[in-house]
Design a binder for this molecule. Sequence first.
Ligand SMILES: O=C1C=c2cc(C(=O)O)[nH]c2=CC1=O
Length: 513
Amino acid sequence: QFPRQCATVDALRSGECCPDLSPVFGPGTDRCGSSSGRGQCVPVIADSRPHGPQYMHDGQDDREQWPLRFFNRTCSCNGNFSGYDCGSCRAGWSGAACNQQIRTVRRNLLDLSAKERNDFVNALHQAKATIHPDIVIATRRHEEILGPDGNTPQFENVSIYNYFVWSHYYSVRKTFLGAGQQSFGGVDFSHEGPAFLTWHRYHLLQLERDMQEMLQDPSFALPYWNFATGGNTCDICTDDLMGARSNFDVSLISQNSIFSQWRVLCENLDDYDTLGTICNSTEGGPIRRNPAGNVARPMVQRLPEPQDVALCLEVGLFDTPPFYSNSTDSFRNTVEGYSDPSGKYDPAVRSLHNLAHLFLNGTGGQTHLSPNDPIFVFLHTFTDAVFDEWLRRHNPDISIYPLENAPIGHNRQYNMVPFWPPVTNNEMFATAPENLGYSYDVQWPSRALQVTEIITIAIVTALILVAIIFAGATCIVHARKNKDELHQPLLTDQYERYSDDYDSIPTPSQSVV
Ligand SMILES: O=C1C=c2cc(C(=O)O)[nH]c2=CC1=O
């Protein structure tokens, strides 16, 4: 969440987090890379527009108006420069001057070669074991952040992958309302609202960026898992990818997979919620996963169908009031999985993203823990691919993203919790290839016709056939009539001539005797 340089008593007391980039002339001489024109230290802008009625404990949570409870000054970087000290580049740019455009391609995990699979799994494992070079995590709420003596900042180192896990936990944690009081769970800064898609997009970008730096490979891209197979097996749960099932315990990962050695973060929810502490970097038990194994909920024993993706891409509105998990005809609520795939809200439904989580039935199915299972990364890159395809097809104006009255954390200009430097939902609401430097290599399913559509098409086709037959018959009748009319003058002539002749024949009375 915060740069190591800012996890100090001085920085926390001053509220300023503007680290030096390369302070050759002493501390404070190159804040935000100002000496090379990369950026400057500015006041933080935090969203103060009203949020929705779901949260009613204003004043009691450090995540309100993020990140003002901790810092009110930050670096603002110029041009393509980016990062907490303006020492890195905006997504999609690289090079010392951040003027080289890059475009990475996120591919289907199943399309990776044996070597690519091996390299990728090793890279993830390296991220699990490598201390994040820049970021440390808070282990106490702001009230206790300087420690019992007021002089010991309560921050810890965390690995690159565990930071990914921790940031998700921090965004969904309950609001602590005081010792002996029940913590408030009706708050979620990354789910059940319009920021679901923008938040998870940035979450992935941050992991991808951290891994690119760790590997010194700007072309490194996270693959995706196309979970919409309609099947009841996890096709990426093989030992060369996410790990097969253990032969000894149905809910563990096979020992042939490196992921069987991973240990999870943020398990002790009850402690955090009753003591008012925050998950730290201490790891606990193994990843649990039992795909399709939830016998108590048959509905989550199958993955979403390809058709579900095709249908949800047709939902035209990004989100609808109340911008929550009961929104209907909302693309966001549909792909998140609280509506049926055509967009109709139904409290009994779990579809798409939610269904894929619940299908995993273990660590990956519990919101405070789910990123501990690396499948989370690929489940979410696919969800992000659907979001990007929706943006491409519908080309929405940003004005459709609610500015206010969305659940707390979800307004358009809200800084996403707990990312640093501050980044708004707004900034992630744009097509990825053009604005963020990555694209997806996906074949989208075309939508199968529904029964009502087949009936409508049959009726219209029948009507058209009847019309054609009727028109044909009318033509024939007209043609015959025309033909008759063509012949008629001759007959008339004849008749007239005949009549003339007839007229000219003297009647008996006229006969000259
Ligand atoms: O990790 C997650 C787990 C989830 C479970 C549901 C549900 O619908 O019950 N939703 C989830 C979202 C997650 O991110």
